[in-house]
Design a protein. Sequence first.
Length: 416
Amino acid sequence: MNVLVIGGGGREHALVKTLSRSKHTKNIHAVPGNSSMTKYAAVHSGIQDSDIEYIVELTKQENISWAVVGPEAPLNAGVADALEAAGVKVFGPRKLEAQLESSKAFAKDIMLKYGIPTAEYQAFTNLIDASDYVKEQGAPIVIKKDGLAAGKGVAVAMTETEALDALKEMFAEGENNPVVIEEFLEGEEFSLMVLVNGEYTLPFDIVAQDHKRAFDGDTGPNTGGMGAYAPVTHIGEDVIEEAINNIVKPMATAMVREGLDYFGVMYLGAIITKDGVKTIEFNARFGDPEAQVLLGLLESDFIDVLEAVRKKEPYKLEFSTDSMLGVILASNGYPQAYEKGASVIIPQKLEDAVFNSGLKHVQDDRYETAGGRVMLVTGRGSTLEEAKQIAYKNTEQIEFNNESLFYRNDIGERGV
């Protein structure tokens, strides 16, 4: 069959590679894709992931059976609705259901209504009331933009001044969208990917751990993710079961009771607190960079998986017993302002270990930076320690100006 991947980053690079391993896949198309996907897919760089009309037309021209949507923005724009209406099987929630990610207030309201464990919160639409609430609650406290922010619209403020500054920044564009202010939760975080179709849930058997802060020691601003590894062996099965039974399944059921029909990935960002596992956030797609390591370890045929979820059939996901770890190389200045166009040389022997998040191919092994998060460099081994050593050894072989890119040196430290 012919399949389509929507998106052009590292997560979509991983999806293309995973679909290329399926015995059912004949041709893969990627919109807009990136230069690293051309090994596996026909890349349609002239179509953006927001060009829904053109995407639907492409599915007709190329006889697409399955479309898999990577990023959150096209989901929020309704690409799944349009593809579904065109008769394409699409893995990714419709616009209404994608509010689980696109509106933090929407997700919080459902969690409150159905008693799903999460941080206490209030939503505000003006700076004065929000600031008064922060002064009343004190710090540490968490400030979140209500809409999509590519993983960066969160401020974990350790002081009242930081919180008030974050509010001013988030309300700088006006007071049209709510800002959610949450209780600060202390504990260890993890990411759980669950494939959902209505009340049907198929959790991944292994979890990943992302590293959100920009710099070593979990310092600096929040980012879209600076690295990830899987499996997280020091987080026990009892914790995962608690997350599935107390959070994921109740949320899937709650969505159905609210008249919604969710079909796609339900990403749970969770935290282990002294009061049990609680929800940090839900996303409506695979995490990035978690997808790169989790899908790298997946041994099941991904088309078989999608068909089982579509038909709500029992299915046993198969994963390698290896560990995989990835390190993000990001443009200096990220997640704030950064420059593009810096030269990067990636040795050809590392091609399969690198996921392209924001690289433009020039020629041979030469690239230029074209985004904030530039690439995920991975390592794989029989243990996490081995995977980490290989990942950092691979990172050291990539040539770039030290003033143009940076990366964390402590990815996976908690698990080793």
